[in-house]
Design a protein around this ligand. Sequence first.
Ligand SMILES: Nc1ncnc2c1ncn2[C@@H]1O[C@H](COP(=O)(O)OP(=O)(O)OP(=O)(O)O)[C@@H](O)[C@H]1O
Ligand SMILES: [Mg+2]
Length: 391
Amino acid sequence: METSNSFLLLIILIILVIILLVMAVFWKCIKVETFFKTVKTTGTLSVPDYFSGNLRTISHFSYKTLKKATRDFHPKYQLGIGGFGTVYRGVLDDGRTIAVKQLSVGTSKQGENEFLAEVKMITSIQHKNLVRLVGCCSEGAQRLLIYEYMQNGSLDNNLFENGESFLNWKTRFQIILGVARGLRYLHEDSNLRIVHRDIKASNILLDDKFQPKISDFGLARFFPEDQAYLSTKFAGTLGYTAPEYAIRGELSEKADIYSFGVLVLEIISSRKNTDLTLPTEMQYLPEYAWKLYERSKIIELVDPKLKVDGTVERDVLLVCDVALLCLQPYPSLRPPMSEIVVMLACKTEPPPAPMKPAFLDRKNRFSTESTFLVPSPSPFRIDSPSSHIEK
Ligand SMILES: Nc1ncnc2c1ncn2[C@@H]1O[C@H](COP(=O)(O)OP(=O)(O)OP(=O)(O)O)[C@@H](O)[C@H]1O
Ligand SMILES: [Mg+2]
């Protein structure tokens, strides 16, 4: 009798322990779920607001890590200084080389806004012709962006006087086409409609194979569908800036297309868009290109160091036509990037004859009151690129 009582007691005890165990597990699950619910509805508890959404997928670097990678931001590791701060080369403990953009401390609200815009944008858009953002750092007043390191630096360092390397035509064409593809993605293929606003040679970076990648989306903004955005602040760089944006602040993807046109002329000629040391008629590249084009001498624009054989000449003329199409005065006349990519990639259909680029009135060139000279169509119409080859 006593034995059966003890046995019963043991069974009751085991059942109690099992019930307690089940309750404990159940309670733990509820707590975890509640915790996640709280995080979801109130935003992250310890991580700042801007790490929400797709930013969770990028790495967050500590300031200490970046300090170590750049040898305490040593000037020797400086890659360049831009409008929003200094860029350093860094090497992480795992051996990866990175480019660290340290946004100027004290740029206050503006600096932070640029930072947030850039981080948000770059993480959500990815393309082989866009520089990849590896991560970011935000500690106290410090705002840093960490990019993949581009071995061959920026296009301006390779293209212009005393460039680090000589770019042959094949490479230049590859750069033009790559930039066109990157822009097509930004304007037409990414889930956001993005106007870069600052397309220029220093914002085109070159990887180890001299493939181009567009950098710096800090100036770009989200865009309401099918609506030209009127900027509140002038953000571009003057020599590359479309007249309607420079004068009236009207910004659309057509402003990037204009800047692309200027960039293409720079790539062909290895010269900057504005050079006041040159004779007057040569000082402004688009203007000079048009003059040569009208005289059927556009081939004279080509960098004399480039070996121009028959194939190169055909390509150069096609590319010049494309550039002049992009520089047309009315934004609506400039072709969309998808058409430009087809023209460049297929090299078959000659683009339609361009209209004279818009020039800002020389006298008031740098004033906001500049007049926008809308030219009449060229009397010199060309039906095929070969018709303006200098014979
Ligand atoms: N990811 C990178 N890899 C290698 N070099 C880089 C990288 N990012 C920037 N650089 C170098 O640092 C320089 C400065 O870049 P930064 O973007 O700060 O200035 P910028 O392009 O001259 O002007 P802006 O501020 O108007 O963009 C670039 O010209 C380039 O040489
Ligand atoms: Mg830049």
